[in-house]
Ligand binder design. Structure first.
Ligand SMILES: [Zn+2]
Length: 232
């Protein structure tokens, strides 16, 4: 049951027919894990906190990365910036040791936003949606991967979208904000039970022109990762 304060805080969302009071309660009870690897995910965290997602798990291989990612969009140098943004939001910071048991980590959440192959594989095993974006230069690709479903590809089905090692850093701040917002939007849509982007497609963005296109991603019949998960 939403309090009067929450009804006022989320009034602009609650009036949307796709959200309503019940939808806002869903968001407040939802748990989302974000692998904070840079400014894109820092932006995503801010959007999710503002939307009223109740629990945000933040994970990074290095705690300094979390702090620098969060501080890249705000003056504060602390994860508490998110709880100040929305006191309804509980922030859980996972230390690097958590990735030693990635499946246990992702099972505690409803959705995972990351660009880590290890967390992707854990999501596949645990049947959790993996919301993924890759930026290279002036373009970005975004996909909601559910390779545990019969016709849905996993990250390893499409090696061309596997996380790049060096090319991802050359993009603009507006690209970070734009992609961060898209990651949050796809996550909120999933949490609300709204139609999401097709699991067989990825979205491709071109920042300068803001052009967007859907590209087909096929599930590989030879994929040893999601094939084993689906057919076991
Ligand atoms: Zn696969």
């Amino acid at each position: 049951m939403l309090s009067d304060e929450q009804i006022e805080r989320y009034s602009r969302q609650i009036i949307l027919p796709q959200v309503g009071g019940k939808g806002q309660e869903k968001l407040l009870s939802a748990k989302v894990l974000v692998y904070a690897s840079g400014a894109v995910h820092a932006a995503t965290l801010h959007y999710l906190a503002a939307a009223g997602v109740g629990t945000l798990g933040v994970f990074s291989e290095a705690r300094d990365d979390i702090l620098s990612a969060l501080s890249s969009l705000q003056d504060s140098d602390s994860v508490h910036v998110l709880t100040r943004l929305n006191p309804d939001c509980t922030i859980i910071v996972h230390e690097a040791e958590a990735v030693r048991s990635p499946r246990r980590l992702v099972e505690a959440y409803d959705v995972v936003i990351a660009d880590s192959v290890e967390l992707h594989d854990a999501c596949l095993q645990a049947h959790r949606p993996f919301v993924y974006a890759q930026i290279a230069g002036e373009e970005a690709w975004l996909a909601v991967l559910r390779g545990y479903e019969a016709d849905a590809p996993c990250l390893r089905c499409a090696p061309q979208i596997l996380p790049a090692t060096a090319a991802v850093s050359q993009h603009s701040a507006i690209g970070d904000l734009f992609v961060g917002a898209q990651l949050a939007t796809e996550t909120v849509k999933h949490l609300l039970g709204m139609p999401c982007s097709p699991v067989t497609h990825r979205l491709r963005f071109h920042f300068p022109s803001f052009q967007c296109a859907m590209e087909i991603m096929d599930k590989s019949p030879h994929c040893l990762t999601c094939g084993i998960v689906v057919h076991r």
